[in-house]
Design a protein around this ligand. Sequence first.
Ligand code: SF4
Length: 219
Amino acid sequence: MSSLLNIYNMLLNYWGPQNWWPGETIDEICIGAILTQNTTWNNVERALQNLKSKHLLSISSIALAPEETIEECLKPAGTYRRKTQYLINFSQKIVSQLGKIEKLFLMEPNKARKWLLGLKGIGPETADSILCYGGNLPFLVIDAYTLRLGKRMGWLNSKTKSYENVQEILQRELPKDPQVLGEFHALIVKHSKEICRKRPRCNSCFMKDCCNAGKQNIY
Ligand code: SF4
């Protein structure tokens, strides 16, 4: 089996840099990471645009904004009432306990992660997106695409389930470099949307020779 770093290089050579995470400021990246749960990025962009048009695209302004105003802005992002609660709570906790988000990224990384996971509505995927793309800290984001590709390729076996377990297995083989880890997650998403889809296009996949499922013609 090819090493994970070889796979990373293959993906990068084929797809090129994905320039994640979209966002002009650290605040915008973190807000986007919370809003993207269970929806498409297009919907998140519409919600971000609504916040921007009301001068609310920052953690400090969301912390002080009326709930109804945030709800109105987040409508395109789905489950907007719940997301409003999560976003306001996140913003208020950042402001009241840390002052600003940059302080979170100065904490010991695992403590910062634990702090985020203690907030309502912030699970491991969202926490790691905030830490990796917002804070430039070495955490690989694991999502459903990672699990599916990992099992097909043979990096993970069918019993590997827990988020932290998967993350540990994959990070063990990759440099502890936030740029590499952030790019790798973005490339997995790209490859999974374009080729290794629900119904994978193995015959046109450049990774077929190093993929368990591809070599066995499972699909
Ligand atoms: S060979 Fe098939 S299963 Fe393997 S990565 Fe490519 S598309 Fe996915």
